[in-house]
Design a protein around this ligand. Structure first.
Ligand SMILES: N[C@@H](CCCC[NH3+])C(=O)O
Ligand SMILES: [Zn+2]
Length: 416
């Protein structure tokens, strides 16, 4: 299997602008659908709360030793994420030690809604604490057993304590989309009044749609004055779309993890979210995050949890920038924007045009022949393309096979 950077095929170099970007951006500059709602939108000024070292520790394969945690934390920091979330220091003795170690690098932490937990997090020296409590009837009945009144009382006590400790305080409900709307709005209003820096909503079971997210965040935006963060599980494949929708409705922060690792099939993947946001908000996204480090970051985490980067991963899937059909190849060679919304160069990667199949076209073969320094007329290129297609009908071809066909065809031409 090939990786980006060593894939088989023709590296295409279409026209680029002086700053190296595609000459045609994916989105029109101004849209006739722009409305007053767009002024709520934070798509051009969002922040990332990176949770690989918290939610990601809940992934089935995860076991991070201290050294790995430090490596991941440093790589996330270098990538430019805004906050790094760590496992609750009360989870185990090692979690506490690791939290302390990593907090010395200047990071943020997550802790559950108990006074003891909050004290432990402060003791570990973190910069911020997230109080999280399930507010849906499912979780209140079958998980912690607290009423909404008890939740509010405890939350306000913990917030009061934390406010005196010079740490950033967040309050998040869990299972927000299956919680009673009136109940959670009242709770958020109370914690906002108590001075939390941020409130969070979580689609803990991954069942929300972008429309549901827009409605809830839009409503919450009208109720609290503080920042709003969002956390989306990917059970129904909506985690990236939901994050985008939340930002459009006025959310300020999005939770991600590298490759999306987390409980069950995980949460909004950092890389896929970057792919979305570099199209929505190119200038902000490119200037704020070190996008060229994405592949190394994903490889680091994939190795740590012993998984492969999925073939269909945005940006770093092995064929994310490989073009195959003849009609695509021709257009891509002329101008990459024809069949690419993302410029691989932004991520330090290259595009490839495959010339090894029955759907290969002669323009792509011409490009490869030129790369190999084999001069041929158009008629000759068409002839050798027919040979490649004939062979590809019989068996799968590798780049070496196709190159040999080209070379021996060229040799025969010279002999003749
Ligand atoms: N993993 C939990 C915690 C969310 C906390 C967000 N700040 C959930 O999905 O509900
Ligand atoms: Zn979660």
């Amino acid at each position: 299997m090939c990786e980006n950077g060593e894939s088989n095929g023709v590296a295409a170099h279409g026209p680029t602008t002086s700053n190296g970007s595609h000459p045609v951006q994916g989105q029109p500059k101004s849209s006739p659908y722009q409305s007053v709602q767009d002024y709520l939108s934070n798509v051009g000024r969002y922040k990332i709360i990176e949770s690989t070292l918290r939610e990601g520790e809940q992934f089935a394969n995860s076991f991070f030793d201290t050294e790995t945690k430090i490596k991941i934390a440093k790589a996330l920091d270098s990538f430019g994420v805004d906050m790094i979330e760590l496992t609750n220091p009360c989870s185990s003795e090692q979690s506490f030690q690791d939290c302390k170690t990593i907090a010395n690098l200047g990071l943020k932490a997550n802790v559950r809604c108990h006074m003891d937990d909050a004290k432990k997090a402060v003791e570990a020296g973190v910069d911020g604490v997230d109080l999280v409590i399930g507010t849906s009837s499912f979780l209140r009945e079958y998980s912690h057993g607290k009423s909404m009144a008890m939740i509010q009382k405890t939350a306000l006590e913990v917030i009061e304590y934390l406010k005196g400790q010079n740490v950033e305080v967040r309050f998040s409900s869990e299972d927000s989309f299956r919680s009673d709307l009136v109940d959670i709005l009242a709770l958020y209003k109370a914690v906002d009044g108590a001075g939390v820096h941020r409130v969070g909503i979580a689609d803990t079971v991954g069942g929300a749609t972008p429309r549901m997210v827009y409605d809830l965040v839009r409503t919450l935006r009208g109720v609290v004055g503080c920042d709003i963060e969002c956390h989306f599980h990917d059970d129904t494949g909506c985690s990236v779309a939901n994050a985008h929708s939340a930002l459009e409705a006025g959310a300020t922060h999005v939770d991600t993890s590298v490759l999306g690792i987390g409980e069950r099939n995980g949460i909004t993947p950092l890389g896929a979210f970057m792919a979305r946001m570099v199209v929505t908000a190119p200038e902000y996204t490119k200037s704020k995050y070190n996008l060229k480090e994405l592949k190394a970051l994903e490889t680091l985490v994939a190795d740590a949890v012993q998984i492969n980067i999925p073939f269909n991963n945005p940006i770093t899937g092995f064929c994310a920038f490989t073009h195959k059909a003849g009609i695509h190849a021709k257009a891509i060679l002329a101008n990459p924007s024809t069949y690419e919304i993302l410029d691989p160069e932004i991520f330090g990667l290259s595009r490839y045009v495959s010339i090894n199949s029955r759907i290969t076209g002669w323009n792509a073969v011409r490009s490869r022949a030129d790369q190999l320094g084999l001069s041929m007329t158009d008629e000759q290129v068409k002839e050798v393309t027919a040979k490649i297609k004939q062979m590809a009908d019989i068996r799968p071809l590798a780049i070496d096979d196709t190159d040999s066909i080209l070379r021996s065809f060229h040799l025969e031409l010279q002999k003749a």
